[in-house]
Design a protein around this ligand. Structure first.
Ligand SMILES: Cc1cc2nc3c(=O)[nH]c(=O)nc-3n(C[C@H](O)[C@H](O)[C@H](O)COP(=O)(O)OP(=O)(O)OC[C@H]3O[C@@H](n4cnc5c(N)ncnc54)[C@H](O)[C@@H]3O)c2cc1C
Length: 418
């Protein structure tokens, strides 16, 4: 059951504000608290040691009141208190005890020690390692375990690169004395083989989690608050002491482009029904360049269009020029300092793209590889108080490990990270 634990300790809140308890904030005015009530099992467990606190000293230092507030549901607050006048030494002992008890409560009050949203490379690794260390881990993936890299990124891309290179190998082979027979290529066979391999890898990712006793959910997950996650498939909520957001990125659909809806991204390129005869690829990054070479190698007539002067901006200069030249020699048409301004679908089914420099390019498919955006839309980050930048990327600390909280910036730590 969902539990949030909070503490208020009269006059000692600063002492208790160490790593284990700094997320527990005072919310109640003691004057409004009636008689002590013990509600939840963890709180009951906590009450016992508190009752065994050292006997009151004949010379009391100052009375302290430790008040634990445990809510079984958000908003349903129950409390109990321990009011013991004690010497300084006893008081310190009490504080240590409180800290220990609080740690226990915090650890057991949540359904999981760690909940991971997103079952890609980052999320699966975080979940598996934490689970292997004995943490109670839950993980939710809305599409397929393995994420972008395994399902629609690095892995299928590399398989397609290998497939595309055979045409050149066949040609080279003849120069080395081989006689290569009649060649043909079956796109559907490649797609099916790719699917088989990524399904195998997906199974390995899932089993890695399950074997380490992580609880695996096939569901979209959204944040309800800083410790609560809603599993959309079952409409259930679960709580966790810590939540890892590993939702990756999504291809920018470029919706300001007239006719963008006729275009595909790398996601669809892997699973096209038919191998196109011709393809226009927009973008000059590694995804655009790799797909241009893949489809060209598979026999497609490819045009690459890029707004910059040279493809692969920020890569090594010589390599950019060398690769550009090699691609053109192979037969890839490369248009630089130009962009697509519109895409129209003709009655025949093919697409006509018009460019800023006045080119008209007809192709079976237009693929946009114009960057990727943070996949944080609708995630509920604002409900958890997590700050994002203008692009929706979570603002993280210098170690790229912790998110900055919107509302707690001044209240928690000077850096604003919590
Ligand atoms: C075409 C392409 C080729 C690439 N090639 C390479 C390469 O050769 N080498 C390389 O190093 N990198 C490559 N990359 C990049 C690599 O894929 C990513 O860097 C890597 O996948 C990022 O991992 P991640 O775990 O952060 O995110 P992802 O792998 O994107 O995983 C995020 C997961 O979260 C899930 N998700 C999102 N929101 C929710 C939600 N609310 N609830 C539940 N689940 C959710 C998504 O479905 C996804 O499975 C390539 C990427 C692409 C697109």
């Amino acid at each position: 059951m969902t539990r949030a634990a909070e503490i208020w300790a009269n006059g000692i809140s600063r002492d208790l504000n160490d790593n284990s308890t700094n997320k527990l904030r005072g919310v109640i005015d003691t004057t409004k608290v009636q008689m002590p009530v013990v509600d939840a099992a963890p709180a009951a467990a906590a009450a016992k040691p508190a009752a065994k606190a050292p006997a009151p000293s004949p010379k009391p230092d100052r009375p302290i009141t430790a008040l634990l507030i445990v809510s079984s549901k958000p908003g349903a607050i129950r409390a109990f208190s321990c009011s013991v006048p004690c010497l300084y030494v006893a008081r310190n002992f009490c504080l240590r005890l409180c800290r220990h008890v609080l740690k226990e409560i915090v650890m057991t009050a949540y359904d999981y020690d760690l909940f991971v949203i997103g079952g890609g490379s980052g999320g699966v690794r975080a979940g598996r390692v934490a689970a292997s260390l004995g943490k109670r881990v839950g993980i939710a993936e809305e599409f397929r375990y393995g994420g972008t890299c395994v399902i629609r990124g690095c892995v299928p891309k590399k398989l397609y690169v290998y497939a595309s290179q055979f045409s050149e190998h066949f040609e080279d082979a003849e120069g080395y004395g081989w006689t290569v027979g009649e060649r043909s290529f079956d796109w559907k066979k490649l797609v099916a083989a790719k699917e088989k391999e990524i399904t195998r890898l997906e199974g390995l990712y899932r089993r890695g989690l399950e074997n380490n006793k992580a609880e695996v959910f096939d569901s979209r997950a959204e944040l309800v608050d800083a410790h609560t996650v809603r599993l959309v498939a079952s409409d259930k909520t679960v709580t966790a002491e810590r939540i890892v957001i590993a939702t990756g990125g999504v291809a920018n659909a470029h919706i300001s482009l007239p006719g963008y809806q006729h275009c595909i991204s790398s996601n669809e390129a892997f699973d096209l029904e038919e191998l196109p005869r011709s393809m226009l690829i927009a973008g000059g990054g590694y995804i655009a360049v790799e797909f241009a070479n893949i489809f060209h190698g598979l026999g497609v007539d490819v045009t690459l269009i890029y707004r910059g002067k040279e493809i692969l901006s920020r890569f090594d200069h010589d390599m950019r020029q060398g690769l550009h030249k090699a691609m053109v020699e192979k037969g890839v048409r490369i248009l630089t300092t130009d962009v697509i301004e519109s895409v129209e679908k003709r009655a025949e089914g093919d697409l006509v793209a018009r460019t800023k420099n006045g080119e008209t390019i007809t192709a079976d498919q237009v693929m946009l590889a114009l960057g990727r955006d943070p996949n944080t839309k609708g995630l509920g980050l604002e409900k958890a108080g997590v700050a994002v930048d203008h692009a929706g990327a979570i603002i993280v600390d210098d170690f790229r490990a912790r998110a900055r909280r919107i509302s707690l910036r001044s209240a928690t730590s000077p850096t604003g990270y919590s």
